[in-house]
Design a protein around this ligand. Sequence first.
Ligand code: CMC
Length: 428
Amino acid sequence: MAKSATIEIDGQKFEFPIITGTENEVAIDISSLRSATKGIITLDAGYKNTGSCKSKITFLDGENGILRYRGYSIEELAEKASFLEVAYLLIFGDLPTQEQYEKFYNDIKSYSVVDDDVRKIVDAFPKSAHPMGIVSSLTSALTAFNPSSVNVNSEQEAYKAIVRIIGKFPVLVAWTFRKKHGLPLDYGDKNLGYVENVLKMMFKQPNEDYVQNDVIVDALNKLLILHADHEQNCSTSTVRITGSSHAGLFVSLSAGISALWGPLHGGANQAVLEMLEAIKEDGGDTKKYMAKAKDKDDPFRLMGFGHRVYKNFDPRARIIKKAADEVLDDLGIDDPILDIAKGLEKEALEDQYFVDRKLYPNVDFYSGIIYRALGIPTDMFTVMFALGRLPGWIAQWFEMRLNKEPIGRPRQLYVGETARPFVPIEKR
Ligand code: CMC
């Protein structure tokens, strides 16, 4: 591979170094472009060709469907690890020893109590509020009850911020769920594992004991791991860019939650299920919806299909599809929605429009079916995604700060009016 790339403008040559990552990915370092060319920039809407940072956290090869956290394959982690082990791996760089794991979880538990005043904020939301709006607001509100900025150079302070938010976030998720269902808020049970505690905090009825179901615990553990990081996606980039102004960790996470909410990103899991329901209500005619998805005059898209980076298959979708089958089987659920999803997938995979554009089912296509089987309502799906993505966002935020990355501030190509004189209102 050449060591540099040359751009020629009006006969003048500018050279830029070519750098290679540990997986032989190649990038042209154009950081000196604007100063060398006296003002020329690159234009790349949606950052389809732009690397925003160097990162050691997650490797993704979209052409070959590879996803690894800190070098470990997603398939192996989903099969063998616990969500908290994966969180530790993403944030600190290595899998924890037994001792490190126990300390990590004990510290998370010791910081998991949320200030009782936060309940008042929860109470102020109408029951009709979307859970993502509530969770994003509560995460931001935690800033008022906890230090807003973290001295990233203090290992102790950074560690405290990490265990604090990992401890408190599931409480916020569970409170959001319980508020919507008119259930009294719960502080969880320190004697349980992380995933078991999340489930109990959400589903425990006030007048009966909560009985854990291993199938549900396993499925949720897997889903959280599969969502835990995905390099520089929309919400993660939002977290990094918010934090790049040295805004605090919790508010940066809150910004990430808002970015995740959109239906083209994490909100797709809710949109997929609503789409499948609509197809079912409409008589199950998948062909009609395939035609709509291909019609350029129709804004309808096949939700859960396509990905900015995966152009072959989404490895997370493969694992989730298998898990959806197992969960429904284990729980004895016969869900017609799963049949519609499978039918739609088959048709899309054989359809020239989808083949030509390399559109495959993504992580969100089947995750909603599992969430539904676990008893999680549709409007909580994206919140569950956020719960999984939390360690990834934290890891990326710290990496960005420890790398001393500059404030994120893209340029633009101005295409508006040129200078014009002000006209008083009566003369317009
Ligand atoms: N249904 C129908 N057509 C589609 C779809 C779809 N789901 N996705 C892309 N296309 C078409 C699009 O119309 C365009 O066609 P053409 O070249 O004729 O104009 C072409 O495929 C390329 O699409 P794009 O929008 O330029 O691709 P992108 O990389 O900007 O967008 C995406 C990626 C995920 C936003 C998009 O595929 C999409 O909207 N999918 C549905 C929403 C969804 O499932 N999102 C979840 C993503 S995975 C979870 C996560 O990590 O966020």
